[in-house]
Design a protein around this ligand. Sequence first.
Ligand SMILES: [Fe+2]
Length: 284
Amino acid sequence: MLFDFSDFKSAFISERPHLVPQVNPGIFRALKNLPFLDSLESLLGHWEGSIQVHLPDLRDEASSLDTDAERALSFYAQGMGLLFNDAHVLSPMLGVWLQDLRKAIGVSALTYGRNLIYATPHGQGTAAHFDQNINFVLQLKGIKRWKIATNHHLLNPLTRHTMGQPVDPEMSTYLETPMPTQMPGDAESFELRPGSLLYVPRGSWHSTEAEGDALALNFTFTAPTWIDLLTAALRGRLITSPEWRETADLSEDKFDALLGGLIQDVPAWRAKDILAVTEAFHDQ
Ligand SMILES: [Fe+2]
């Protein structure tokens, strides 16, 4: 087992960051023994896909370019961080841990779980931002200092946002308070060393800085909201109807008739029936 899941379940429920200074050494060794996690050079040697380079203007995913393993090292040598997406495809063991962790925190089987690897040069890191994802960060190499603050500006964001950047159009429809321009004063500090594991709650403000060249493996989950589960169920229900499948010709009468039928149907809906469908079909 990668770590004691029960600690993370309570941290997940309370939406508080949680640091395990050192995970089980045997498990950490097993990870480090994966040839692509041994060093940045090994990772580049195994990597066939594209690699995201974080440009120095923002030090954030919001300002990046894509490159390949051959060119990535020269960007890194110039002080730019690298992001390797979907790293679990390189190891079935990582895929199993993603499933175990997803089940342990109790989110839907429709969750998109994946591993990301961040290579961060000494003195670099990410600008303050929040993500819509649930994140677990395992430090493999170097020291990474994290600052994390509860997001009092926006509860349950559906997309990420970098401080000082424009708010995306959808987010602006549910944002009630202006975004801050600096990390909130109540931010907590966490120091990750090789073998440390940090839980970063969805939506929390965070920024990072590396001491020494740093490599970190993230277990990242984009979990469905209630909106997603309901719309998945709604679609599943409606596609059985030829009338709902009709191309919309913008007739208000027809649409009202369809909505009238749906209104009759909805009072009988129960959470357990919907969850039986969303969870059973996709869980393995
Ligand atoms: Fe982040």
